[in-house]
Design a protein around this ligand. Structure first.
Ligand SMILES: NC(=O)c1ccc[n+]([C@@H]2O[C@H](COP(=O)([O-])OP(=O)(O)OC[C@H]3O[C@@H](n4cnc5c(N)ncnc54)[C@H](O)[C@@H]3O)[C@@H](O)[C@H]2O)c1
Ligand SMILES: [Zn+2]
Length: 391
């Protein structure tokens, strides 16, 4: 990784079986592109029909800059397509609608696709690009912190079925990822928090320097300070790349990125994907995973350190969400939901737990009774601690 000297963006690369993804991180990327400074991107889209897939908020805040960049780069034509906001973008129906619009507007095998938005638009766009005319090249321009540190990198794309999230998809790596830190300026603080939980996930298990940095600069990060955010986004992507490169098609090492996700996904599913952002569910999932890790001998000081950082970022009060959504989380239902998750194995639940500072372990043989007992205590504690009181 090169440094961020003299306004130069951080540049990272991911080599994968079909080529290389180039990842640029820094403030002012879209503006620099619009001045012709991103040469590789220009060569990529010169003379092509470029489809810009976005949704309302990122289009409103960053659409003009992205179109200007693509015009400067010499795109023959730019066709903007708007997807529904948020998770609603990730359906087979919206993928089909985008494919139909691309065909109707002259999409060909050598057309390009650019996604501009959060992880939802990125996951949809990557999937659309993977399948359109058996696969076209695309670029990700992630505009949420979560999409910058996690979703835009690593080649996983897909949509949801009513029965489960990310159940239809493909591996398809973007040619470029342009993580423009300035696009985070308009992001609601709740979305920043959700992205920061994914940063904690990577820092705790993969990069203790990143953990130090996140702790030290947390107030500035939550304030959306570009100078604080840039190195944190770059280091998070680097941490993710290290495990993705070690393990391109979801073998074991990549599973480390699922710290907090075993219970997190089950909570999201039980709430019907309402009331809680993905990153917030992961925060609660990490707090619970720490309870299990302590049982396996994790240093209590390290567990407390991670717990404190999560609490400083401030996950939503779980019991208050229960009341708001009208769903009372139950141990048996959560365990059943975890078993249905596509990340579970035939043999049972898989837990990603911190084993030591900066090191994670993948655990598939936890005693189910221990999980039940800990989960019951976890839910009781979160209700007892709730500002609105237990129900
Ligand atoms: N492919 C992967 O490896 C991977 C990894 C992690 C998460 N994901 C997926 O990512 C999705 C979540 O992504 P997300 O957290 O970015 O949510 P999101 O895409 O739903 O975006 C969150 C909200 O932020 C708004 N928004 C986006 N950019 C904005 C901006 N610059 N200013 C103001 N508002 C803006 C959006 O309109 C939306 O309402 C989930 O579907 C998850 O499954 C994928
Ligand atoms: Zn996640």
């Amino acid at each position: 990784m090169t440094g961020h000297a003299g306004g130069e963006p951080h540049r990272l690369t991911l080599a994968h079986p079909r080529g290389v993804s180039e990842i640029l991180v820094g403030p002012g990327l879209l503006a620099a592109g619009a001045q012709g400074a991103l040469g590789g991107v220009a060569a990529w889209c010169r003379g092509r029909v470029v489809f810009l897939l976005t949704s309302e908020a990122p289009d409103r805040h960053c659409g003009a800059a992205a179109r200007h960049l693509l015009e400067t780069a010499g795109a023959a034509r730019i066709e903007t397509i708007e997807a529904p906001d948020g998770e609603a973008a990730k359906t087979v129906e919206s993928a089909a609608s985008v494919w139909r619009q691309m065909l109707a507007r002259g999409g060909k095998r050598d057309s390009r696709l650019v996604t501009l938005g959060g992880g939802s638009v990125g996951d949809l766009g990557g999937f659309v690009a993977a399948c359109f005319l058996r696969g076209i090249d695309y670029i990700q321009i992630p505009t949420t912190l979560l999409a910058q540190v996690d979703a835009s990198v690593g080649g996983k794309t897909g949509v949801d079925l009513p029965g489960g999230k990310n159940t239809v998809g493909a591996f398809h790596h973007p040619r470029f990822v342009l993580a423009d830190i300035d696009s985070l300026r308009t992001l609601p603080v709740g979305e920043l928090r959700a992205g920061l939980f994914e940063v904690v996930k990577m820092a705790a298990l993969l990069d203790l320097d990143l953990l130090d940095r996140a702790e030290e600069s947390l107030e500035r990060l939550l304030g959306g300070d570009a100078e604080a955010l840039t190195p944190v986004v770059a280091a998070s992507i680097k941490a993710k790349l290290d495990v993705v490169e070690a393990d391109l098609e979801e073998g074991d090492r990549r599973r480390l990125l699922n710290f907090g996700h075993t219970l997190g996904h089950a909570i999201e599913a039980e709430f019907g994907y309402r009331g809680l952002r993905h990153g917030d569910a992961v925060a609660h999932g990490m707090r619970f995973a720490l309870c299990l890790a302590l049982r396996r001998g994790l240093d209590p000081q390290f567990a407390e350190r991670i717990r404190r950082l999560i609490d400083r970022i401030g996950p939503p009060d779980l019991a208050a969400v229960e009341r708001g959504v009208g769903v009372h989380l139950e141990v048996d239902r959560l365990i059943a939901a975890m078993g249905r998750d596509k990340k579970a194995r035939e043999s049972g639940l898989v837990w990603i737990l911190p084993a030591a500072p900066g090191r994670g372990e993948i655990v598939a043989d936890l005693d189910p009774e221990v999980v039940r007992t800990e989960l019951r205590a976890f839910l009781e504690d979160s209700r007892a601690a709730s500002s609105g009181g237990a129900r």
